[in-house]
Design a protein around this ligand. Structure first.
Ligand code: ADP
Ligand code: MG
Length: 706
């Protein structure tokens, strides 16, 4: 479908389908860089770029002018129009006012607070800077300031918290801090790069294609994205850059895992599903039944299955995966199940040995940290086929693992893996491509699934096993923190357990950060409100032995309270835990909060989830629904797709491309469909495929979703 949803100021007359261009004749209009394989210009002409800074950029994958320009601001402060103080509400705002009197500096529990007050014609407002004692010197009584910050309600009055002082009004780009490069220096590099870039050289999309989709030229888009004249120009720039990158990213994913490969044809008896479900301790939900049937149908077919099963936390995806595994094994193939954490792999291993015991299959566990002899033994069992079901972590895709006859590759919590990892596991068959089944508990809207999982067919499990009591959720303002800890204390005394999740492991040392760290919260609670209660502490990179001890203490009920980072997001299954507290909930995505909430409500007792933070529209969504899909859709609308897509290592990968409009996802997906299906578009398709491979070679190694 060809539809122009371009911003109005951008919409060109080619929206009429009659004017649809023929791309066969358009090599002329694409930049030389693209067609003649000449490299993107190097950073040589940037002044002030010594070896150290060059290294800092290169660490971020920035080695050319174009890479640099692709580092879009992570956000913009819209400080064109300061708001009158009397009209302020909570949320981000820009104000312009005169400082009433000299600021005060106080210390409180080891933290500094600088307070001041500004006034404009409509009223006055208090200002507070935490952990920035130097602000006491910078803020001068009587001076007029343009300030941008977060308006919060503290008691009765409003306070502007940690405001930035701006030099002038305007749309101010905010760059992600890069290690070793002060923000100001980086902004200076960008300005130079904008001046150095040659628009004709840099162009990647044919002129007529751009016209057709209402897209700015690449260089102009860079200019408006880094130094926007107004919000419309900014939107047009984001559209252009987002369009190109989403299109190429989808293309790269499809190229990484091509459909229509011949797969092992597995014979599955007609009575298989009934027999399988009959042996489990519960009867399946309708969704589980349907999904397994779809999967079995795929396994019987001549092509390798490529299927993603999406189902909310607790919807029972594991049983479906085991059903598929058993079918493959009965058909004389091996099955590998890969989980993102050791914790989860172990858990799957123990459920597999229980649930699949009646069927008499052999199952083994392969983890990263095995001793050499153990590892050798495991590898032998895999190679000889002695293990039929192999469960493990990333260890499953390491080079020395040779499968006997891999027929089915399953990845659990797919959103924690990169496209390439999933693909690598699926390439471990010998001559035939094994079937691939990916499971994901992070429900994502269809539009996003098109991009992230464009190479997979999606099944949705939208039904929960019966007998679950939905978790109740409240947003708790930080002032009521003590009441909350008191509640946890009482619960612990009644024998119920609680999770406390923090955004950081340790205090970051960054003055701007007010985020709570697991370490400091643990110490503070242990010596204060939760004194005498059994507590455990864990985080992702904790030493394996310590981590296991902490988790075992919590599983066994020796610890009543588990303080952690988001490592507990997947795999923890402690039915006795009835309270989930998320500190600084504002810093998390809604989907992630929902996932964390799924850790409680697993037993018969009523469970609660408390989100510490100022109540706002976003957090309130979680109090209103337990439906992961609804939450994901709202989150997508509120945060914009760019925040969902991206890679951890390189700040500039997809997430940095200013993809702010949800409609862009669908638009680029249908554009790609069109390119694929129309023979006349072949030259353009081939050219874009080359670009896609180049640009996203490393992005595919990384996790796609945040
Ligand atoms: P997820 O989809 O989050 O991976 P799991 O597969 O871990 O969910 O299932 C969560 C829990 O629900 C497990 O303890 C599992 O045994 C149980 N379960 C799964 N399916 C059913 C069902 N149909 N009826 C009752 N309990 C079920
Ligand atoms: Mg699961």
């Amino acid at each position: 479908m060809w539809k122009c949803t371009a911003a109005a100021n951008n919409c060109i007359s080619t929206c009429c389908p009659l004017n649809k261009p023929n791309y066969q004749q358009q090599n002329e209009a694409v930049g030389k860089a693209a067609f003649f394989d000449s490299k993107a210009p190097a950073l040589d002409h940037i002044r002030g770029l010594g070896p150290k800074r060059r290294e800092a950029l290169s660490q971020q994958g920035i080695t050319s002018l174009y890479d640099l320009l692709d580092c879009l601001p992570r956000g913009y402060l819209n400080a064109r129009q300061p708001q009158p103080i009397s009209t302020l509400r909570t949320g981000e705002a820009c104000v312009e006012g005169q400082v009433v009197s000299a600021p005060s500096l106080q210390y409180y529990a080891g933290r500094s607070i600088v307070r001041a007050r500004v006034r404009d014609a409509s009223g006055s407002l208090s200002l507070a800077w935490f952990n920035q004692p130097w602000m006491a010197r910078q803020v001068k009584a009587g001076s007029t300031l343009i300030l941008y910050g977060l308006v919060q309600r503290r008691g009765e009055a409003l306070t502007l918290t940690n405001p930035k002082m701006l030099k002038e009004r305007g749309i101010i780009p905010q760059y992600r801090p890069l290690p070793g490069l002060p923000g100001k220096v980086f902004a200076g590099f960008i300005t130079q790069a904008l001046a150095l870039v040659d628009p004709a050289e840099a162009e990647t999309l044919p002129h007529s294609f751009r016209q057709w989709h209402g897209l700015l030229g690449r260089a102009q888009a860079w200019l408006q994205a880094h130094q926007p004249e107004d919000m419309d120009q900014l939107a047009a720039a984001q559209r252009r850059l987002g369009f190109e990158n989403l299109l190429l990213y989808q293309l790269a994913i499809r190229l990484a895992g091509p459909a229509d490969q011949a797969g092992p044809r597995i014979t599955v008896a007609g009575s298989f599903a009934q027999e399988f479900w009959g042996q489990l301790p519960f009867s399946p939900t309708g969704a589980q039944r349907d999904t397994l049937n779809r999967v079995l149908q795929d396994l019987r077919g001549p092509q390798a299955m490529r299927r993603l099963v999406q189902g909310d936390v607790g919807s029972g995806k594991t049983a479906v995966a085991f059903g598929a595994a058993l079918a493959a094994i009965r058909g004389d193939y091996q099955c590998a199940l890969m989980a993102p954490t050791e914790l989860l792999a172990r858990q799957h291993y123990s459920s597999a040995t229980q649930l699949l015991a009646p069927f008499g299959i052999t199952c083994g566990l392969l983890l990263g940290g095995l001793r050499a002899a153990q590892r050798r033994e495991a590898l032998d069992s895999i190679q000889s086929g002695a293990w039929q079901l192999i469960i493990g972590t990333h260890a499953l895709i390491s080079k020395d693992v040779v499968y006997h006859k891999l027929g089915l590759a399953i990845t659990d919590e797919q959103h924690r893996f990169g496209v390439r990892q999933r693909q690598t596991l699926a390439e471990r068959g010998d001559d035939l491509t094994p079937h691939l089944l990916a499971l994901s508990a992070t429900p994502i809207p269809r539009s996003l699934a098109l991009v992230l999982y464009g190479d997979l067919r999606v099944s949705v499990m939208d039904e929960m096993p019966p007998g679950r009591t939905p978790v109740r959720t409240r947003v708790v303002p930080p002032q009521r923190r003590d009441d909350l800890y008191q509640y946890i204390r009482e619960k612990a005394q009644q024998g119920e357990q609680s999770y406390l999740v923090c955004p950081l492991v340790e205090d970051s040392g960054d003055a701007q950060e007010e985020k709570t760290s697991a370490l400091s919260l643990y110490r503070q609670l242990r010596d204060g409100p939760l004194k005498g209660i059994g507590m455990a502490l864990t985080w992702g990179s904790q030493e394996e032995a310590e981590k296991n001890k902490a988790l075992e203490d919590f599983y066994a009920g020796r610890a009543q309270v588990l303080v952690s980072t988001t490592v507990v997001e997947v795999g923890m299954d402690v039915p006795n835990a009835t309270t989930m507290v998320v500190e600084d909930a504002e810093y998390f995505g809604l989907a992630q909060l929902h996932q964390l909430r799924g850790r409680v409500g697993r037993g018969s007792k009523e469970s609660w989830c408390f989100l510490l933070g100022e109540p706002n529209e976003r957090l309130n969504i979680l109090t209103q629904t337990n439906d992961g899909f609804v939450i994901a859709q709202k989150d997508l609308e509120l945060r914009g797709p760019g925040e969902f897509l991206g890679t951890r290592q390189h700040g500039r990968a997809l997430g940095g491309f200013g993809i702010t409009d949800v409609r862009l996802l669908e638009e680029t997906a249908s554009c790609l469909e069109e390119l694929l299906n129309q023979p006349s578009q072949r030259p353009l398709y081939d050219y874009l495929a080359r670009l896609a491979r180049e640009r996203y070679a490393d992005a595919l190694e990384q996790t796609g979703l945040h």
